[in-house]
Write a protein that binds this ligand. Structure first.
Ligand code: CTP
Ligand code: MG
Length: 551
């Protein structure tokens, strides 16, 4: 009886196992996406800031010093995680050490020293270097491993091309490009350590000041090596209760606000220049609409744009981040379009009369909204804000303006097009888009008649009276349209046997088949662009005529 029971119970258990396996397999890709926990933008930012507060950055002679450094740090606190990378022409070795508590970092900083006056000003910071010991170390070395590979390595063009050649189809290539080039863990931590350095620099006077990273470093569309946009807010929530009887003495603010911001920026620029370790190539651009300080943080290998004005860039990054969460095809598609634009020369790292990566991203998102795809892939901004209960009536500085309640199931799209199909549709859609009379409005997911004549008009989602792409000249728009047609043609007329198949063909830097714009002699190229330019000018004058008649 016992044996029989045992056997039947065994059978019952194995049946249970099979059923569990089957039900696991039945969870589709789509469901998995829904099950994946959604972390709102502000929570992600706070988690990363918390990691940075618990971390230090240490330069070491070589990775051989790691065990000793690890043991030394463990004698002052508890090490939680470590990451290695190299930077600079001399391949300097750095290790990020994350402790379990912020107080460990305080203890490490209090136990660190300045060697001598020739070394520079005796600044305290979270950026340190590990001194070789003359005496035989009495530290008990821990048995710990370090990943010796450079954790902050940017893939080279040939590595990307080789990787994409191994893929089976265009959709796989697009997905592969995204996975290979997106910001990784080390690069993300380095960006938050860079903002932490700014906060710590004034922590004595402003202990609650926050340096918010925004733009591609945090909005989900950042690639390895992208710049870091920072908005530094000196004022922040006060922890004291309202009935506190002791009040701080402060200096009066008595001038016109813009000049105050400019003065503060000047001081920050000087602080970076004179005192902050690793901050080099400081350039103050204080007359711009949004005054910024550009600098290069050589220890973390990040180009930075520091501003101190409003938070709209941060709220904008929140919106883009949410768009990336809603559908898993959004980020890969934006990546491939941005890469293509860079390779064919319609975007450029420096600002100018050409399309910015930000405008290009908005064009992809608008295409994925009602106006380009059917059925739609993405909802309008108004829908997202309404469903998450977020109000943007004014771009205020308080945290309630962040999107907190993101129920992805509400936005599930019935569009199942592959990435390949979407990319082709993107090129076709904008090849024949009426840029002359139409403006793009992502708030309502529609196109509207242009309120004023700029070559390209994308309504700023947070400040609707402004055009995000006001800087784009007619000539640059014509180049964009030309390249759209070129890319569309390339993808449609491909032979798989060619080693430059799929997106490899459109990602080639200005070296293409006869019909390509860049293959024409320079003079012809100019004529081609100027012909398109004349056509566009004619359209523009017709447009002004009809709109004044309508008026
Ligand atoms: N931004 C904005 N309105 C503009 C321009 C920029 O709100 N007219 C905000 C956006 O949040 C944008 C961020 O500022 O993402 C940073 O702008 P920029 O550095 O030009 O673009 P990124 O998205 O960071 O892309 P890149 O990788 O080229 O830096
Ligand atoms: Mg940027």
């Amino acid at each position: 009886k016992y044996n029989l029971f045992h056997r039947q119970f065994g059978l019952f258990l194995s049946k249970c196992k099979i059923l569990t396996k089957q039900s696991c397999r039945q969870v589709s890709h789509e469901q998995k996406q829904q099950i994946k926990k959604v972390i709102p933008f502000l929570d992600m930012i706070n988690t990363r800031r918390d990691q940075a507060r618990k971390s230090i950055l240490v330069q070491v002679q070589s990775t051989e010093s790691f065990k000793e450094l690890h043991s030394y740090c463990n004698s002052l606190g508890t090490v939680n995680q470590t990451f290695h990378y190299t930077t600079g022409a001399e391949q300097m070795n750095f290790i990020i050490i994350e402790f379990t508590r912020e107080s460990n970092v305080t203890s490490v900083i209090n136990n660190s020293l300045h060697l001598n006056k020739d070394q520079g000003f005796p600044v305290h910071s979270n950026f340190l270097w590990f001194k070789a010991s003359n005496r035989k170390s009495r530290l008990k070395l821990h048995n710990c491993q370090l990943n010796k590979e450079n954790g902050n390595k940017i893939p080279t063009s040939s590595e990307i091309r080789e990787f994409l050649q191994t893929k089976n189809d265009i959709s796989e290539q697009i997905e592969g490009l995204y996975n290979l080039t997106k910001l990784n863990e080390v690069a993300t931590r380095l960006r938050f350590l860079t903002t932490r350095q700014i906060e710590l620099s004034v922590a004595g006077m402003f202990p609650h000041a926050i340096a918010y990273p925004f733009g591609s470093s945090v909005n989900g569309f950042g690639k390895m090596g992208c710049d870091l946009d920072i908005v530094f807010q000196l004022t922040s929530e006060c922890l004291a209760k309202e009935d506190s009887r002791l009040v701080f003495h402060c200096k009066a603010i008595n001038s016109y606000e813009r000049s105050v911001t400019q003065r503060h920026m000047e001081v920050m620029g000087d602080l970076l220049q004179l005192f902050l370790p690793g901050c080099t190539q400081i350039r103050k651009i204080l007359q711009a609409r949004v005054p910024i300080i550009k600098y290069y943080q050589q220890f973390t290998d990040v180009e930075c744009d520091l501003s101190m004005s409003n938070m709209s860039g941060v709220f904008m990054s929140d919106l883009l981040y949410v768009f990336g969460l809603i559908d898993s095809r959004v980020r890969p598609l934006v990546f491939v379009v941005r890469k293509w634009a860079q390779e064919v020369g319609i975007t450029n790292n420096s600002p100018g009369r050409w399309l910015s990566n930000f405008s290009l991203t908005l064009l992809v998102l608008a295409f994925l909204q009602k106006i380009g795809t059917s059925p739609l892939v993405l909802p309008s901004i108004n829908t997202i804000l309404k469903q998450s209960g977020t109000g943007y009536n004014s771009v205020s500085e308080n945290e309630s303006s962040f999107i907190q309640n993101i129920a992805l199931s509400q936005y599930r799209s019935s569009n199942t097009d592959s990435l390949e199909k979407l990319l082709k549709q993107f090129f076709n859609f904008y090849s024949s888009f009426d840029f002359t009379t139409k403006a793009i409005n992502l708030n309502e997911a529609i196109t509207i008649t242009k309120p004023e004549y700029n070559a390209l008009y994308i309504v700023n989602p947070l400040e609707r009276g402004l055009n995000v792409s006001k800087n784009v000249s007619q000539e640059e728009l014509e180049k964009f349209k030309y390249e759209l047609r070129n890319a569309s043609w390339s993808l449609e007329s491909q032979e798989k046997e060619n080693s430059n198949w799929g997106i490899l063909d459109i990602l080639q830097t200005k070296k293409k088949v006869a019909t390509n714009y860049f293959n024409f002699p320079k003079q012809e190229r100019l004529m081609e662009v100027s012909k398109l330019f004349d056509e566009e000018k004619e359209k523009k004058s017709n447009y002004s005529k009809t709109s004044s008649e309508n008026a």
